[in-house]
Design a protein around this ligand. Sequence first.
Ligand code: NDP
Length: 338
Amino acid sequence: MKSALITGITGQDGSYLAKLLLEKGYRVTGAVRRNSQTEIARLQRLGIADDITFVDFELGEINNITRLIRGTAFDEIYNLAAQSFVGSSWEQPIYAADVNGLGVARLLDCIRTYTPQARFYQASTSEMFGLVREVPQSETTPFHPRSPYGVAKVYGHFITVNYRESFGLHASSGILFNHESPLRGPEFVTRKITLALARFARGEHVPVDLGNLNAQRDWGFAGDYVEGMWRMLQQDKADDYVLATGVTTTIRDFVRFAAEALDLDLEWSGEEMTEMAVDRRSGKVAVRVNPKFHRPAEVDLLLGDSSKARGTLGWQPKVTVRELAAMMARADYDGWQG
Ligand code: NDP
């Protein structure tokens, strides 16, 4: 039986990855932060919380990481823990650097010292591309991150590459484009949209305020993406891979897809900064632009080229963005507790 450690197991990806590994017969250890109340709601929702061994973990604390890595021989270690919300990274840039950047070095150095045979996955991100240098973006596209989150993740990416090249670790970095699900945190734009529209469709007519509706993202389903993470660690040779759908969609179109799934009939009007969508049936505003939600430095267009992962790993996403928006909107509609 293989054993895996997942940091960030309480998050969206950690939950789906834990489910996948359990289905494959792994023994799964979940590294969780000690909070006043440990949040395992996502794992409970997937029905797997009881199958996981939980250990206390904080990516900012070297002693804690050392004890964990020294004490157990894991076959695979997935580092998904991060301060993962771009918006918060402008408020907490030092913390983002410490956890998303230096935290990776802490983990890798313990692996190098105590368990160099373990295979390591680092959760890198398309936010490292930031300012558009080329479209689509692949493993060879230069990075130009546009947020403290992205800058810290670039460090995490390169320290992973460096430990692979310097010490021969089986360390891979997955450069993942946005991936969502009904388990996505409510602060992320897709879930913010589906939660608000589900509430609206249930008759609670409160508009959702959004930032730049023209921002374009390459959105896939988290369940598909964790399969790609696992495949990376099954290769003889560690490497870096982009996972993406290759389809980019504006935030406005994501709203449209979610609204369609909920049978809402939206009419759009106004210019970029004053744009809004009114529900034709109720006559109420369902969506409006609020400049407060524009990022200090915007990432305008993310579109990934995942041909390397498709060719080498045999990976491909199964859920389209339209299906994803509908899946999330319906889950929020069904789960609505007004
Ligand atoms: P989530 O925000 O859902 O989960 C983040 C996880 O990290 C949570 O379990 C959280 O614990 C944990 N965590 C945060 N800070 C610390 C810390 N200091 N020490 C230990 N654990 C910590 O993110 P996702 O599941 O969506 O993403 C997983 C990873 O993939 C992240 O690294 C993210 O940056 C990256 N990524 C995500 C993409 C996406 O579209 N989802 C795209 C590309 C990369 P707690 O529950 O206590 O908050």
